[in-house]
Design a protein. Structure first.
Length: 331
């Protein structure tokens, strides 16, 4: 399934943004001696995946002319299901922590309706520490006042292991419907057994979240489309996850290495809860605003219902948010 230029795409697309927490060992933040991150200017240029792999061991709505619900939006040829348009906060984190209400209002003015946060405690060393002072209800109110809905948040495996019930309580009080694990933090040398054990652990966390009425999910990166013993890691996880307790959040950015979201929505119907939207220009070999790359977005949106996707979150460079929203509004 990987195209002939997948290797080059994989290398060039490493600048994509991924929301991953960092891991703390014995209360010490682990940094690479080769690439220290104390220089905030440098840190801001890093992707979330780069932050976790080189710096740590483990970091509205489409508007339509009528007033009919967005999810019922149609065109003259066929029905396209488009959930309320959302965004993931990672790429605008600096602006967000400086002016939380203002940044959210700015995004709402672009047409976004939902937001996916990064857990402030889990991401405190990635810039989210100032948001830890807010209670769940305060965060929810500020987001609501901005005209947005908090649907989902990214968490780390460490905070699930150490403070699961606290995080579930915060999620419930802030109105979150989904809790997404951003990464297992496994090494490139992890075995299939390692992946399966991690999946089993998340199943248990998902059971606890389910008791509170919250759906647990897992966010893939490019790494899950590598192979172990000849088997795609993504397929290993799909076999191991309990479909009731763990749904998937698909990272559309893997189009850069030849994998389409629609293919997996068809292959694993009902197994998904959300998706991170991104696009890729094959000619320029870099990230592109949604609609200006190689993703077939009509195919994507037409496959959401079968996949079970409830929410979509744009996660790209800040300068692409406006054009991406305009494109989705035009479908």
């Amino acid at each position: 399934m990987e195209n002939s230029t997948g290797k080059n795409f994989r290398i060039l697309f490493k600048k994509h943004y991924f929301c991953e927490p960092i891991k703390i060992t014995n209360s010490v933040l682990l940094f690479s001696s080769q690439q220290p991150f104390l220089n905030l200017q440098l840190m801001n240029k890093l992707s979330r995946r780069q932050f976790i792999t080189t710096g740590a061991l483990g970091i509205g709505s489409a508007v339509i002319a009528s007033q009919m619900p967005l999810e019922l939006k149609t065109n003259s040829s066929n029905r396209i299901v488009i959930p309320p348009l959302g965004f993931q906060v990672w790429t605008i984190r600096e602006q967000l922590v400086k002016d939380f209400p203002g940044t959210l209002k700015m995004m709402a003015d672009l047409g976004y309706k939902t937001v996916e946060m990064c857990s402030p405690p889990g991401y405190q060393f990635a810039g989210f520490a100032p948001l830890m002072k807010m209670t769940a209800k305060e965060m929810r109110q500020i987001i609501t006042d901005a005209g947005l809905t908090l649907e989902s948040t990214h968490y780390g495996m460490g905070e699930f292991r150490d403070n699961l019930q606290d995080r579930i309580q915060f999620a419930a009080e802030s109105g979150q419907k989904q809790m997404i694990l951003s990464s297992f933090g496994l090494s490139d040398n992890a075995t299939s057994s390692d992946w399966m054990k991690a999946a089993d652990e998340l199943n248990k966390f998902g059971l606890e979240a389910k008791k509170a009425g919250i759906q647990m999910g897992f966010h893939n990166h490019h790494g899950e489309f590598g192979k172990v013993d000849g088997t795609l890691i993504y397929d290993i996880l799909m076999k191991q996850f309990d479909p009731e307790y763990v749904k998937m959040q698909f990272q559309v950015a893997v189009i850069s290495i030849g994998y389409k979201a629609a293919t997996y929505f068809e292959k694993y119907p009902g197994r998904f809860i959300s998706a991170h939207l991104a696009d890729w220009s094959a000619t320029e070999e870099k990230e592109a605003p949604i609609g200006k790359g190689i993703v077939d977005w009509k195919e994507f949106f037409n496959s959401l219902e079968k996949g079970g996707v409830k929410n979509i979150f744009v996660e790209m460079s800040p300068e692409t948010f406006k054009d991406s929203a305009i494109f989705i509004q035009s479908l």
